[in-house]
Design a protein around this ligand. Structure first.
Ligand SMILES: [Zn+2]
Ligand SMILES: [Zn+2]
Length: 237
C-alpha cells in the first residue's frame, strides 16, 4: 500500500501524495510566478510608510529600512540545496526551483539501448530545463514532471519546502488566494469545514483533510440538500 508523504493517508498504489496534497502542489506551482511578480513590484516600488512589524518597536528615531532584505534574497541569485535539512533561512526562489529541476532531471530515468540491444538506464540529460531558467519556466517544467515526482517519497520534501516558500512569499506580498466556504458539511467528518481555494482543483475539509473533486462535491451537496428538504417536509407535515 502506498501512502501520502505529507499526511500519511493511504493513496493509490505507486503514488506518494494524496489528491489533496497533489492539488496543493499543483496550485502552488501555478501561484508562485504571480507571487514573484508581486514581490518584484514591491521591491521596485518606492518605499512609502514602512509596513507594520518590519521595524523593531524600540522607538528609536532611525530611518526606516526602505527595502525588505528578505525580498532581495528571495529574488536574487544564490544557491539552494534540495535534500538538505529544512532550513529556516530564506532561499532564493530561482535557485530553489533550479535545484529541484536539476534533482528531478538527474533522477529521471532515460533508457537507451546500445548497439548490442542492451538497455541502459541513466540520468536523463534531456529532462534538464535548459530553456526555462526563469521562475515561470521552472514552475511550468516542474508541473509537467509532477506525475514523476508524485511516484517518489521525496515528493514530501518538495511539498514541505514549497509550503514554506509560498507562505514566506505570501507573507511579504500580503496576497493569499481566496477561500470559499462550501454549504454542505464534510461527508467524512460532518464538520462544516469544506473549503474551495482559488487556483486549486477540488474541495478540501479543513478539519479532517478529506478531498473531493468538483463532481463528487456537487453530487454530495445535491444529496445533502435533498435529504435536508425531505427532513423539513416530514417535520412540517
Ligand atoms: Zn496527503
Ligand atoms: Zn472532514
Amino acid at each position: 500500500m502506498s501512502m501520502c508523504a505529507v499526511c500519511r493517508r493511504a493513496t493509490q498504489p505507486g503514488l506518494h501524495a494524496c489528491p489533496r496534497h497533489t492539488a496543493e502542489l499543483r496550485a502552488w506551482l501555478a501561484e508562485l510566478p504571480g507571487q514573484a511578480r508581486l514581490l518584484e513590484a514591491e521591491f521596485l516600488a518606492p518605499a512609502a510608510a514602512p509596513a507594520q512589524g518590519r521595524i523593531g518597536g524600540t522607538g528609536r528615531a532611525t530611518a526606516p529600512v526602505p527595502v525588505d532584505l528578505r525580498v532581495v534574497t528571495l529574488l536574487g541569485p544564490g544557491h539552494a540545496d534540495v535534500l538538505g535539512a529544512d532550513d529556516d533561512g530564506t532561499v532564493p526562489i530561482l535557485a530553489w526551483l533550479g535545484a529541484w529541476a536539476g534533482y528531478i532531471a538527474y533522477t529521471y530515468p532515460a533508457v537507451t539501448r546500445d548497439p548490442y540491444g542492451t538497455a541502459h538506464v541513466q540520468p536523463c540529460d534531456q529532462a534538464w530545463p535548459r530553456h526555462y531558467e526563469t521562475i515561470t519556466g521552472y514552475c511550468v517544467w516542474l508541473t509537467r514532471y509532477l506525475p514523476y515526482a508524485l511516484a517518489h517519497p521525496w515528493v514530501g520534501d518538495l511539498y514541505r519546502q514549497l509550503d514554506t516558500l509560498i507562505r514566506r512569499v505570501r507573507d511579504l506580498t500580503h496576497t493569499v488566494p481566496r477561500r470559499h466556504s462550501q454549504g454542505a458539511p464534510c461527508p467524512r467528518c460532518d464538520a462544516h469545514a469544506l473549503v474551495a481555494v482559488d487556483g486549486q482543483l477540488g474541495i478540501t475539509c479543513d478539519t479532517c483533510g478529506h478531498h473531493l473533486d468538483i463532481d463528487a462535491y456537487a453530487a454530495h451537496a445535491t444529496a445533502y440538500l435533498a435529504a435536508h428538504q425531505a427532513a423539513n417536509d416530514t417535520s412540517a407535515a
